[in-house]
Design a protein. Structure first.
Length: 192
């Protein structure tokens, strides 16, 4: 139950700034979820989009696995552990980050400020820096692993941002991010 409350709270916190901006901006695109990118992906069947989505998922998998078993400290009954891993991987981490970085920051920067390429680079770097800081604070204070967390996080975020820009949808990046985290969590728990 604590995990569920924590996941919902984290999504809410990550959605507060985007929601506040959307409200003050006159509610572009009508609904908040649609503005963030919760809509059907256009052109999602293309080879480049598929390759970028799979590579993005693999990058998030490596980044989450790289965080080590300490990031996945679930104990208890197998079903409860699976549920906790899925909740942490798909909602608490993937949805929160996709809402803020690809749903909000990419839209906000790209719409009126920097253009799509610079917006994608900035959101990817911001996401990578958050992952590096998280690695530094919660996992390991060595420089090389922290830089690896930055590179994996920023590279995966850049691909997720490109997919979001190309398809207009947040669903594929969220699916790739969530799948990468979920598989990494399962691997970390099974191999510990």
């Amino acid at each position: 139950m604590t995990q569920l409350v924590g996941a919902i709270a984290q999504v809410a916190v990550f959605a507060l700034v985007p929601l506040a901006w959307w409200l003050q901006a006159g509610r572009p695109e009508g609904s908040f979820p649609r503005w963030l990118g919760f809509r059907a992906a256009k052109g999602a069947g293309g080879t480049a989009v598929l390759a970028a989505t799979v590579t993005c998922g693999l990058g998030f998998f490596a980044s989450a696995l790289f965080a080590g078993p300490s990031a996945w400290t679930m104990t208890g009954e197998p079903f409860a552990m699976l549920l906790a891993i899925a909740l942490a991987a798909l909602i608490q981490t993937a949805l929160s980050e996709e809402l803020f970085f690809r749903g909000f920051l990419l839209n906000w920067l790209g719409a009126k400020r920097t253009g799509p390429v610079v917006a994608n680079l900035v959101q990817a770097l911001a996401c990578g820096l958050v992952r590096m800081a998280g690695h530094w604070v919660f996992v390991d204070r060595e420089l090389t692993p922290c830089l690896a967390a930055l590179a994996l996080g920023a590279g995966s975020a850049f691909l997720a941002g490109w997919v979001k820009q190309d398809t207009g949808s947040l669903l594929l990046p969220w699916a790739a991010h969530g799948a990468g985290n979920l598989i990494a969590g399962l691997v970390a728990v099974v191999t510990r």
